[in-house]
Design a binder for this molecule. Structure first.
Ligand SMILES: [Fe+2]
Length: 386
């Protein structure tokens, strides 16, 4: 005898189903957009598209609630999983303190100042930052940012998990007004943001504060090709993480693809990125110091240094190795430097479209820079090494 659900009639195979029209008069279900509601509440302008030309000069609106200026940045390549904003603290001022149930990674674009972080108001942990500093706000910890200059504004760029968290709970009061203390993420020790950390295998540094990503030490990453170097950061026990990469003059990295939401911020150098969904035409994004681009989920992309100096960038993204998210967020993590022919997500130089290298050489000629891909790309016409 078949088991039946106590609340429902037993399922019976239908004979000939009779199609009926749904009554038109019924009300339509109303979509709730909690993240959109949050953005409207903050009253800031919103930038969309592939990328941002220069974080240092991007126009900001008044951010009345926090007492500064700001702009939301919702780039296509996030797939709505994470977001970004730029904030500016007025000279001699501070932003209103807050705590929140979404993660936040912060890169200081320009200026100097300090941030106080606490869960116990009797014990605030304060640390100083300057242009190039990188840190994370521990989940749900109170924090307050101060500008250290009385003359110049201080500007920072944040990547947060707000869209996903707000969609999951769809309750802004819960997101901004929950007292729970994540003591597994934030100890409250005075040394929490002192910049010390532990270096792990595969170039991964666990720390809570990086004084300056512009000059932080990098390690060889031979699998991505062309003399590239990298270091990864896991900050404040976040599920998001960061990495810094640099590649030499006259080189480019191998094409690869991964999941959504990797905000690539150019720290130095000039060049361009090509981005394309498999089998479709390539789109080009030109960059310089201060530019941000987010490759869309699953699109191949490739970064080219076409200028006369090394190119360095910082990526703020999903993909912590310690706190793993589902494949939907971290697509290809761990496979981004493995050949697609071996089931990975990277295109080896010898398999790439020849037009990619031809474009690179013509861009180098415009900047009077040599191509240094001889020995890596079979059809490179750059000078012999040695
Ligand atoms: Fe990438």
């Amino acid at each position: 005898m078949a088991a039946t659900c106590p609340d429902r009639a037993p399922f019976q195979a239908a004979s000939t189903p009779v199609a009926t029209e749904a009554p038109q008069a019924l009300p339509k279900i109303e979509a709730v957009d909690t993240y959109g509601e949050y953005q409207r509440r903050e009253g800031l302008p919103v930038i969309t598209g592939f990328g941002v030309e220069d974080l240092r000069t991007v126009e900001l609106g008044t951010w009345a609630r926090r007492g500064g200026k700001g702009v939301f940045i919702n780039l296509d390549g996030t797939g709505g999983t994470n977001d970004a904003y730029v904030a500016e603290i007025p000279p001699g001022g501070q932003l209103a303190p807050q705590h929140q149930l979404f993660e936040e990674l912060i890169y200081v674009v320009d200026g100097n100042g300090a941030t106080a972080v606490w869960t116990d108001p009797q014990h605030k942990v304060t640390f100083e930052w300057k242009t190039g500093s990188l840190f994370a706000i521990p989940l749900n910890a109170w924090h307050e940012h101060f500008n250290g200059s009385g003359q110049k504004p201080a500007r920072f760029f944040s990547v947060t998990t707000a869209p996903t968290v707000m969609s999951l709970f769809h309750n802004l009061k819960f997101v901004f007004d929950t007292p729970f203390s994540f003591d597994d993420r934030f100890s409250g020790h005075d040394s929490y943001f002192n910049g010390e950390g532990t270096l792990h295998w595969d170039r991964i540094m666990e720390t809570n504060f990086v004084p300056n990503v512009h000059d932080v030490e990098l390690y060889t990453w031979k699998e991505r090709g062309a003399g590239g170097k990298q270091v990864r950061f896991e900050l404040a026990h976040s599920t998001m993480c960061a990495h810094v990469s640099e590649f030499p003059v006259g080189t480019y990295k191998k094409g690869h693809r991964h999941g959504p939401g990797a905000h690539v911020i150019v720290l130095g150098g000039t060049g361009y990125s090509l981005l394309w969904p498999e089998g479709s035409s390539r789109q080009r994004f030109d960059w310089k110091q201060g530019s941000v681009v987010v490759p869309p989920s699953g699109w191949f992309h490739q970064h080219f240094n076409s200028g006369a100096t090394p190119a360095r960038y910082l990526a703020l993204r999903w993909g912590s190795r310690r706190y793993r998210m589902s494949e939907a967020f971290s697509q290809g993590e761990g496979k981004t430097d493995v050949d697609v022919k071996q089931g990975g997500a990277q295109i080896e130089y010898e398999d790439e479209d020849r037009a990619i290298h031809e474009l690179f050489e013509s861009e180098l000629r415009r900047h009077d820079a040599p191509c240094n891909m001889r020995g890596m790309v079979p059809w490179c016409t750059g000078p012999e090494k040695g």
